[in-house]
Write a protein that binds this ligand. Structure first.
Ligand code: TRP
Ligand code: ZN
Length: 877
């Protein structure tokens, strides 16, 4: 690493800002080679600071060149300010003044994609979390909120569209004949919500009438060739606006709401006030180019960014340690929206499956942190699954504890009390407590403790007294910096199931229930149920009421019973997963011992029942049929053996495929959709089951199934069916694989988002020369290292390619390390995210573990960005 290692900052050191900026006036003179930014900051000392003489310290960046600085009309000579570690420091200032700053930046050379940069033909910005300081010197922290007025000057022939936050208030020509446009955003906001876009863009227009009858103009902008792919996003936006009015009573505030799609973007999308900027992969959708999954993602991300207008913008974060205040809450809101729009059980299974695979792994690794971290080196590293997904689970638990109405009372109070403020997670919980007169003090430990709690359950039934007891214990394992943990308040939703699959009612604390929420608060606790007429099978943690690892020693028969008979749809899935996990674990042990793998599986019985039950939602059936993923099995393993997991999964899949070949054929044939493509829950459900059935049918090995897959590929009129068929053809290495992979590329080479799918599938393809193939993809004329989507597709594909990535010669890991070292300079945010697989080195089987560690050590020897330094040094600590 370097001489001077970057150091951490701590939540406990929070201090209010020394200055406030009431108004921010910006002028951007856009140009191909240099952009001049002039800022006029209306500064005054913060009355809440206890220093009356503190210097003014503005944040800047190594890429910002200061041309001149003035206080009111006084141009500061060099002696009266200093530039230290990218900060502009002025020791002597009046108490209230206007600071004018002129800076020069080069957006065309900005490869980090934060601040102002070029993406294809346009200028765009990304300011969260600390990107604004790469535009001009500023108090770049979320508790400094200011009213922004922005003037953009540019050549109208190149940049006919010039956008910023709020409303357009003026437009005209400069003396040199350039065009200027001035925007004003009346809502005070932190700099991270600033946005600017300029380019030759097309737009579609729509309107939304709010609940109080105001008409809001809606606009979505894209490059001209993509404007035919925004109808679904527009529709999703209008439905999100309506939903937030109905469910949270939240109305949109400005007269205009704009969204812009850009190709080069580090993350999914950004909620800039009145001017959301989206990664085009999260906005564009058309039946021929977009899969069902991607449609659902567009809908969820549009909703997420829109919902931020209240949970994030109107009420924002005091500091970045509070990131989950806006992200956890907003993810909870977008998940609820999608659940209400489609099937809530299906949505819950998908979200939980993702959480248990990816967030649990993060919580068990060297980067484990609470949803409100106590320290960080680089905030960009904390846009994590823990902040987002576990953060959402914590909000969901509050919802479970308070109920729908209580939660709404709490959110109303939160928005009302803190509108226009920058606040903390404590403020959020306090509003929930005050509105409901409850005490959530023990619950709040979820905000400060990292790690996934283990909940262990045993039970006993007393026939004579008809009493059933559940004994529960909880334990949260140590995480870096947190060796010991306190007991959490864990809501455990339970029901009881009878021998013939009926819900068993019970008396708990004097009331009769079919289902109840138990409050597990102590290290060990016993819950007593009365009037239980027979020995029940417990259905525990229904709807996944808490983000914990639950352990109850279910027999195979009990799991099969819950799988078909539990009243809770989520737990039916959960039981089937547990059953499959148990079998896979046995197969892994056999594989590692060099034994022949067992030819028997209990899943056949369960799956057969499932496939014959016409009353079930096909999407649910498809989810149950999906075997636990490679990633999920890795998360569960004591010691990860990727080759063993892969072999076990392949074996079990073939057993099921052969055992139910006829059933899969029938499921394939009966789940075709008719009529034109629609991204409706009903059609999506049928396609998911149809394609899951096709994969099993092909896995059984018949020529008939293979030719059906090829036919589906050729006849498909939508990307979901075309790509599902192609994936099956490639993954099962059917003879047509090479030909069709090439044909697919030729057909879609002008659609960037489809090329991304092709890159991913190609990189993931398991074959002899897998790594050489991945390398050649990165040399492909349509590959572009500047585009994070393409890089992620290839590297993500490689990560799924067990043979190539986890090769025992270490070449896969070395190649990944090369890319990290390259991207460390170009784009540190992306580089740091590429490190994730290597951070798991301590969980890998010894040989692979050593190879991974060696690559981390090689990276550590480089001159590292803060981003990569933090992840690598914590992984090696
Ligand atoms: N606030 C954005 C969201 O979750 C996240 C985001 C977008 C982001 N782009 C970023 C975070 C760049 C860090 C860096 O909706
Ligand atoms: Zn967000």
């Amino acid at each position: 690493m370097s001489e001077q290692n970057p150091s951490a900052i701590y939540l406990k050191d929070y201090k209010v800002p020394e200055f406030l900026i009431d108004k921010t006036e910006l002028t951007f003179d856009l140009d191909e080679t240099q952009t001049i930014v002039t800022s006029r900051l209306h500064l005054r000392r913060n009355p809440e600071s206890n220093s009356a003489t503190a210097p003014l310290v503005l944040d800047g960046g190594e890429d910002v060149k200061l041309i001149g600085v003035a206080i009111d009309t006084y141009e500061l000579p060099k002696e009266e300010y200093s530039l230290v570690n990218d900060k502009l420091i002025i020791t002597a200032t009046p108490n209230e003044f206007i600071l004018t700053c002129e800076t020069l930046i080069e957006p065309q050379n900005n490869t980090k994609l934060e601040g102002l940069y070029r993406s294809s033909s346009m200028f765009c910005t990304q300011c969260e979390a600390e990107g604004f300081r790469h535009i001009t010197y500023y108090l770049d922290r979320p508790d400094v909120m200011s009213v922004f007025t922005t003037t953009i000057i540019g050549d109208e022939s190149k940049y006919p569209v010039m956008l910023s936050n709020g409303n357009e208030i003026e437009r005209g020509k400069t003396e040199e004949g350039k065009t200027f446009v001035t925007w004003n955003d009346p809502f005070p906001k932190p700099a991270y919500l600033f946005a600017l876009v300029a380019g030759d863009l097309n737009v579609i227009n729509d309107t939304f009438v709010t609940m109080s009858g105001r008409e809001v103009a809606l606009q979505i902008y894209t490059e001209p060739h993509n404007i035919d792919k925004v109808d679904f996003a527009m529709d999703s936006l209008k439905r999100s606006m309506k939903w937030d009015e109905e469910v949270y009573g939240r109305e949109y505030d400005l007269d205009i709401f704009m969204i812009v799609a850009v190709d080069d973007f580090n993350m999914g999308a950004m909620e800039n006030k009145g001017l959301n900027i989206f990664n085009s992969s999260c906005l564009l959708a058309s039946p021929k180019t977009t899969t069902d999954d991607a449609y659902l993602r567009v809908e969820a991300v549009v909703a997420h960014e829109y919902f931020h207008n209240w949970s994030g913008n109107r009420v924002t974060c005091r500091d970045w340690f509070q990131l989950s205040l806006k992200e956890g809450f907003t993810v909870f809101r977008d998940q609820s929206f999608s659940a209400d729009t489609h099937s809530s059980v299906v949505k819950r299974v998908e979200d939980v499956s993702f959480l248990k695979t990816a967030q649990f792994a993060e919580d068990a690794g060297p980067m484990a942190h609470p949803i409100r971290p106590a320290s960080f080196i680089e905030i960009s590293n904390f846009y994590t699954l823990t902040i987002y997904e576990k953060g959402s689970e914590v909000v969901r638990m509050i919802h479970t504890l308070l109920g729908e109405e209580g939660f709404r009372k709490g959110s109303d109070l939160y928005f009302e009390r803190h509108d226009g403020q920058a606040v903390t997670c404590d403020d959020f919980v306090a509003a929930m407590e005050d509105a409901n007169d409850v005490d959530l003090s023990q619950f709040k430990r979820w905000y400060s403790q990292a790690g996934t709690p283990r909940v262990t359950v045993t039970d006993e039934y007393d026939e004579a007294s008809k009493t059933y007891r559940l004994h529960m214990s909880q334990m949260t394992p140590p995480t870096p910096g947190q060796p010991t943990k306190l007991s959490l308040h864990i809501p455990v939703k339970v029901g009881l199931v009878s021998a013939n699959n009926e819900p068993l009612s019970f008396v708990y604390e004097g009331n009769t229930h079919d289902e109840t929420v138990l409050h597990l608060k102590d290290a060990e606790q016993t819950f007593v149920f009365e009037n239980v007429t027979e020995q029940p099978v417990p259905s525990l943690l229904r709807e996944f009421s808490a983000p914990v690892k639950l352990n109850y020693d279910y027999s195979t028969e009990q799991l099969l019973q819950l799988m078909s008979g539990d009243a809770d749809g989520f737990n039916r899935w959960s039981a089937s997963q547990q059953l499959a996990v148990n079998e896979l674990n046995q197969l892994i042990v056999q594989y590692q011992a060099g034994q022949t793998l067992s030819e028997e599986t209990q899943l056949l019985k369960g799956f057969a029942t499932l496939l014959s039950d016409k009353t079930l939602d096909p999407a649910m059936v498809a989810l149950i049929l999906a075997l636990p993923s490679q990633a999920y099995m890795s998360e569960l393993a004591e010691e990860i053996d990727p080759h063993g997991i892969k072999a076990a999964r392949k074996h079990l899949r073939e057993l099921i495929a052969k055992g139910l070949e006829q059933e899969f054929k029938v499921a394939y044939e009966t789940n075709t959709t008719d009529g034109p493509y629609e991204a409706t829950a009903e059609q999506i459900a049928k396609r998911s089951l149809k394609n899951a059935a096709l994969a099993y049918w092909v896995a059984a090995g018949s020529d008939e199934a293979a030719s059906v897959a090829v036919r589906q590929y050729r006849n498909a009129d939508n990307m979901t069916d075309q790509f599902a068929a192609l994936s099956i053809i490639v993954n099962f290495d059917l003879p047509e694989a090479d030909e069709l992979l090439n044909a697919f590329y030729e057909q879609w080479k002008h659609e960037a988002l489809v090329v991304i799918k092709w890159l991913m599938l190609s990189a993931a393809r398991e074959q002899e020369n897998g790594l050489a193939n991945v390398k050649s993809l990165m040399e492909h004329p349509n590959f572009d290292i500047k585009n994070p989507n393409k890089l992620r597709a290839v590297i993500g594909g490689l990560g799924q390619n067990t043979q190539a990535f986890h090769n025992l010669d270490g070449s896969g890991y070395a190649f990944l390390a090369d890319q990290i070292i390259l991207m460390n300079k170009r784009n540190p945010q992306i580089a740091s995210r590429l490190c994730t697989p290597l951070t798991r080195w301590q969980r890998m089987e010894p040989e692979l573990s050593g190879l991974m560690k060696a690559q981390l050590e090689r990276i550590a020897g480089e001159d590292l960005s803060k981003d990569v330094y933090e992840v690598v040094s914590k992984s090696l600590a």
